[in-house]
Design a protein around this ligand. Structure first.
Ligand code: BEZ
Length: 258
């Protein structure tokens, strides 16, 4: 696999071409409604822009991300804020917090139960978990285009993905099993504009490298071009590429009830 097709987080590219990841999430910070003096974890903080937005409310925020390069960039950009590298499924806090916030991270964690257990352990009784992530049907057109392109070019296909895009019912049931009370949940289409004429190609290179990992560099280029051609009638309108995102947004309380 050529290096540019590996799933490696590249903070510069993430901030430049994929800044919609946090720009679309301002409403989620409003849903969190952080208060001065509250303690909050921004779980999967990436380059720290939403950590910064939460801190602007006067809350005391810790940004956590599994990727050291992201945390490095976050710390350089926001030296006055606290960040640390930690794993979604094993992190433990020194003291429980009032809220855990998470944008565009949970779909990267197929071991959802382990993550939920960690989040619950991180919260005070009555503390809130406010999250947005890819829900059922997220990027279905992009995935279909990749599969069809592979089939057309004679490459093996598989339904396996690195992502977890649950229904509200699936995710709420898991949260309830771990003692959360789900007070709000929505699933909605959110077509997301991708920057530039190469918007879909950049997205594939940033996020979907593993679907091409078994191919030579020349085959990758051919397969990416074929996937783009297949997706174009659905995802390209008026000179603009869109990713067919579907978002779950939820608020769940670490229920103090038995
Ligand atoms: C998303 O934010 O929905 C997403 C990002 C990368 C890969 C898959 C989904």
């Amino acid at each position: 696999m050529s290096p540019e097709m590996q799933q490696i987080w590249k903070p510069d590219l993430y901030q430049d071409k994929h800044n919609f990841v946090w720009r679309n999430a301002q409403g989620l910070v409003e849903l969190l409604a952080p208060q001065p003096g509250e303690t909050v974890v921004d779980w999967g903080c990436g380059t720290g822009h939403l950590t910064h937005a939460i801190a602007a409310s006067g809350a005391n925020v810790l940004g956590i991300d599994a990727d050291p390069t992201m945390i490095n960039t976050a710390q350089q950009q926001f030296p006055h804020l606290r960040f640390r590298v930690d794993d979604a499924c094993t992190f433990r806090l020194e003291a429980p917090v009032d809220a855990v916030f998470s944008n565009a991270t949970l779909h990267w964690v197929p071991e959802a139960d382990r993550a939920i257990a960690c989040i619950r352990a991180a919260l005070k009784p009555g503390g809130r978990f406010v999250a947005e992530f890819g829900g059922h049907g997220n990027v279905a057109t992009i995935l279909r285009a990749i599969h069809t392109a592979r089939q057309q070019l004679g490459f093996r296909t598989s339904d396996a993905t690195p992502w977890f895009f649950p229904t509200i019912g699936e995710y709420a049931t898991r949260l309830e099993r771990y003692g959360f009370e789900v007070q709000f949940a929505t699933l909605r289409d959110r077509p997301t504009p991708l920057e530039g004429d190469n918007g879909l190609e950049n997205w594939l290179r940033m996020f979907a490298g593993r679907f091409f990992a078994d191919l030579t560099k020349a085959q990758q280029a051919e397969c990416v071009a074929a996937a783009i051609a297949i997706a174009r009638p659905v995802l390209h309108h008026n000179d603009q590429w869109f990713a067919d995102y579907r978002r779950i947004r939820l608020v769940a309380i670490n229920s103090p009830r038995p």
